[in-house]
Ligand binder design. Structure first.
Ligand code: 4AZ
Length: 299
């Protein structure tokens, strides 16, 4: 009689025992955030609202695992961890009608990206939650981080000399005959002046832009903004769709191999959705080893 040996392989992403990056967005169509549409349940279950203790909308964030969120460093400001309230499982955090899916936790600890001082340089932070979020299929789920595989692959090919990941990223962005589309989501302003606002989570698609082109566009418009490898740009040449005030800290995700990968974190820009001026994001892959070190050291 033969024996059946069953091997169970558990795949961890950022230490979560559930699959990351699931989304019910088939083709993430367009439709706070400027030029977007309200998000529906199951489309972006990793997006979290950050509020002040009084319930004022501060920023967005994304779930990495039960304990850790990633956001922009400038979202933390002078707040202590316990002054940041994270709300998951809610499309409209101001509404109490979603009580069954909603989960709330204050921060217990905040880590700013090494070297962050203020403003939008090295604009990344991790928040450790006081009470871990519980996974709820379609409502509260983690996002995927970019793969470290790429790194290993290139270091193998080149011996000690690592191929620069960000150069590869730029190359990939430029090579695409079809643009790489990301989806950005948040509860921020629906136009640059904050005239139109809604309490519903909005989402919109924006194409990634190479660092060189991005820097050139800002230059052409009279702004000198160095776009180094810690940053990413995304936006349409004609404008019209973008993140805006209040969306900071929220995720820019790109679908890769059927899962949503956290590629950027909303950081800033000149106005919102202006023609020729893409939105600025923190480049998550640049900070990958710091993120993994931090969240694995303390679960
Ligand atoms: C902000 O102030 C902000 N156009 C965020 C994103 C963008 C602009 C401003 C992107 O939080």
């Amino acid at each position: 009689m033969g024996r059946i040996i069953i091997i169970i392989i558990v795949v961890y992403d950022a230490g979560s025992k559930v699959a990351c990056g699931k989304s019910r967005l088939s083709t993430i169509g367009n439709g706070k955030i400027v030029g977007g549409v309200p998000a529906d349940w199951g489309q972006l279950p990793f997006v979290v609202a950050l509020e002040s203790p009084r319930g004022q909308q501060l920023c967005g964030a994304a779930i990495l695992n039960e304990r850790w969120l990633v956001t922009a460093a400038h979202c933390i400001g002078r707040n202590k961890a316990h002054q940041i309230v994270a709300i998951a499982g809610s499309l409209d955090p101001s509404s109490l009608s979603e009580a069954s899916n909603r989960q709330v936790s204050e921060g217990a600890d905040v880590r700013l990206a090494p070297g962050y001082v203020e403003g939008t340089q090295l604009d990344l932070a991790l928040i450790r939650l006081k009470r871990p979020f519980k996974w709820r299929n379609g409502f509260v789920e983690p996002v995927c981080l970019p793969s470290t595989k790429v790194n290993t692959l290139y270091s193998n090919q080149t011996g000690n000399k690592m191929i620069d990941l960000e150069d590869e990223q730029d190359r990939a962005i430029n090579q695409q005959t079809n643009k790489i589309l990301g989806t950005v989501a948040g509860w921020g302003w629906n136009d640059e002046d904050g005239v139109n606002m809604s309490s519903q989570l909005h989402r919109v698609q924006v194409p990634l832009m190479s660092r060189a082109e991005c820097e050139k566009r800002f230059q052409t418009a009279g702004y000198s903004i160095p776009i180094d490898k810690t940053k990413l740009c995304a936006g349409w040449p004609e404008g019209g769709q973008d993140a805006c005030q209040g969306d900071s800290g929220g995720p820019l995700v790109v679908a890769q191999d059927g899962v949503m990968v956290l590629t950027g974190v909303v950081s800033g820009g000149i106005g919102c959705a202006r023609p020729g001026l893409p939105g600025l994001y923190t480049n998550v892959s640049y900070f990958l080893s710091w993120i993994l070190d931090t969240i694995k050291k303390r679960k």
